[in-house]
Design a protein around this ligand. Sequence first.
Ligand code: NAD
Length: 335
Amino acid sequence: MRTVTLIPGDGIGPEISQSVVKIFEAAKVPIKFEIVEAGAKVMDQENTPLPQGVLDSIQKNKVALKGPITTPIGSGFRSVNVALRQYFDLYANVRPVKSIKGVPSRYEEVDLIIVRENTEDLYAGIEHKIGEVAAESIKVITKKASDRIAKYAFTLANQQQREKVTAVHKANIMKLSDGLFLDCVRDIREQYPDIEYDEQIVDAMCMNLVLHPESSDVLVMGNLYGDILSDLCAGFVGGLGLIPGANIGEEIAIFEAVHGSAPSIAGCNQANPTALIQSAIMMLRHLNLLNEANRIEAALYAVYEQGHDLTKDLGGTATTTQFTDALIAKLLNNR
Ligand code: NAD
């Protein structure tokens, strides 16, 4: 039995985490969750949204599944999500965007992976005000981080037998910072002659994605573009309720949905748990529990193919609980 840290998180986090726990129990996954709390809800008692016990648990277990955590806008504590990525040096954020048969969406054959650099760029959080009249945010791009995210993207493309890697940038304007990123990707690609390679300026990339999302494969980019393009691409296949993510470092990995804590539907039993379920499936594959991952994924796809139990974000009326139970019923039927 392997122990994994579970951070239920804020807003809809506890409801969708509960869904994963129930599914893992039904599938008899050999994982024991060590539950620790972080986020806005522990701020008052602990005086920090990220208590040391959470960091210790992740350090010990090496793998975590995490619900979304609220970040106050403008003032208040710094993003726990960004802090975790920086603390454990989780340099690669991997977000597969794949059409699921039966999910109402604008496009059908989308199957792309966003590989987002996760530790620097404007997310380094280096900001200051200049009196009352201006504020500066510093965009940090390093050779070390650019080389390793490029290497990660090409290795992933190789492992998953993908055809093409596209570097997304704005080096025509940010000639030094995005220029360095692009130079690094170009150098690394020399080691992967079998994988097709191209480059797109981020604004043109957005238009091409909206016109033909099915022609994109692996997209590698800096932190901010990755954040924005993830939500854009989520929209192609049914929205944020579906897209999983992994934050990968040399030693530690944290799996989480792309979406946030969705405060307006928190506690309403309305959230779509699919994104966290798909993140948990990625986690099982990372832990080499392939049989369990495949079984849960097949049950998830079967629920959508049948089309009876769609949650509200996809135009249905099923609650989080009903969706979870429908998946468990498929799982038990397929045994
Ligand atoms: P959000 O992703 O929480 O919500 C955007 C929209 O999508 C809302 O309409 C919401 O109801 C809907 N939505 C999201 N997930 C859904 C699901 N599983 N099922 C059904 N509908 C879903 O984005 P936001 O409103 O910009 O952010 C809310 C909070 O979450 C903020 O504090 C933000 O900082 C935080 N956040 C956290 C993470 C993370 O923990 N990794 C990521 C993004 C945002």
